[in-house]
Design a binder for this molecule. Sequence first.
Ligand code: HEM
Length: 527
Amino acid sequence: MGFNDIIAALGAHPFIAIGLAGITYFFLLAFYRLYLHPLAHIPGPKLPIVTYWYEFYNDVILHGKTLEKYPEWHKKYGPIIRINPNELHSMDPAFIDTIYATASGGRKRDKSSFFLQAFPLYDSCFGTIDHDLHRVRRASLNPFFSKINARKFESDICHYINKQFDQIESYSKTGEVCNLSLAFANLSIDIITYVAFGWDREYTSNRDFIPNLFGPLRSSMALSHAMRHIPILYKLMSEYIPESIIAKLDPGMSEFIGFEKQIYRTVDDVFDGKQTWNKLEGRKTVFQEILDGNFPAQEKTKERLKEGAREVIGAGALTTSTAITYLSYYLHANPSVLAKLYAELERAIPDPTNLPSSTELETLPYLNACLHETLRFSTGIASRCPRVPHESLLYTSSTPSFCNPSGKQYTYAIPARTPISTSAYHMHNNPDIFPDPGAFRPERWLDEQGNRHKELDVGFMPFSRGTRSCVGMNLAWVVMHLEAAAFVRRFGHRLSLFETGSEEVDFDHDGFEVGHSSSKGVRVLVN
Ligand code: HEM
């Protein structure tokens, strides 16, 4: 049979022809990715290198399961590996500050466009791909989130804390079970939306903590893997599928989309002159900081403000509330830690109705140690958060544990513009830095003089690092110090865990945040 006969036979059977063309393309692509790709010299498991479908299967079908595979891959292939056709992952703590670099020396870090498909907020700071544009946007948020400014919010924060803790207190009278995960989520939403935008959402006015954005925000994050692989999904859900259908498919998602629409309406109304921005005494909202700043006009558009609001609420609410919820669990699961923290706070806060400033609370060593240990567990963002360095990188393994079995250092030249990440979850569970990582031991953060062990910082990255790290970090520390101190000083030993074991907080999948898929929340009885 000659060439012309083969072409004629395929022409007569177009489906077979298409199938054969597909198979040939797949094998050629696989060959290219394994042997000719610019990252071909960096090892990794074959299947994920050959196709994104492997990650799709583990993250979308099995729900956030790829992250768990990294340690076993690193064990086999070394400290730097390929985790999909175009991306690298590092397990070496000494390489964190190279990946997540500051801008010193002109280093530039883009975000990965593949990663951001999961969060299509391209007008926000978080969702900006380009390094230089991100610098402009970040500059518009920096003044609002400065340490000095964050401290100005203390009385507002305490107002919401007292309001929500009164609600929790009321459970002592009825003997009902109180869900702290829901309570802290609503507290966080009220704090963030008020201090950042002057909106009082009044979530803390509901004694049963319903409505609640805990579920909705989690739902939206749980969808992130699917959206990364099927980017059209977000547009479909937010623009084309009627809300009534979404509500049936996922009630959480519809609450979230409703919340988002309210934010967007407010911005539209202000731009259309139907209402004015909320004015807060003696300080500006995030919107006013952006609009009054010396930034190009395209940074002051409706879209920019809408996405700015969404990112601040999305990034600031659950991260902070998850941390405090985890703290409440670990304190009650470890009574000796609770007793020690309570004793420190009793000395520092003689009158529980009158909290000291967050600056004073920051000087309390054991409170600080408890918050660091909590953030080690709650992680911030569990998922890998890749950066795309503009320059090429040179990796040389730092310590014997990152050398190959014959004791030789690994050395890799990483081409410029290669997406690369590490994961806070794995760093925070590295036994070389945090021995017995599964144990909640605030003492690990303190030396004999009660000073914080700075050497643990090498693997500690709840707020990420470098130019793209958390802009809300100062505010988060202020909120966490005030909430933790008020919570422990007020409720002390009066709470007991109700049907809540470690499975409520243990990591069992990568849902962008750490999470347990079947968690009902941290529930307590209030005595
Ligand atoms: C315990 C609390 C918090 C944790 C653990 C946390 C963690 C993080 C992390 C890891 C990132 C980097 C994401 C990436 O690599 O792509 C980030 C970014 C961000 N966070 Fe936070 N965050 C917290 C609280 C807050 C708060 C309270 C706010 C604001 C109210 C906030 C606003 C933001 C914003 C706007 C970004 C994007 C910054 C940028 O791209 O320049 N976060 N956060």
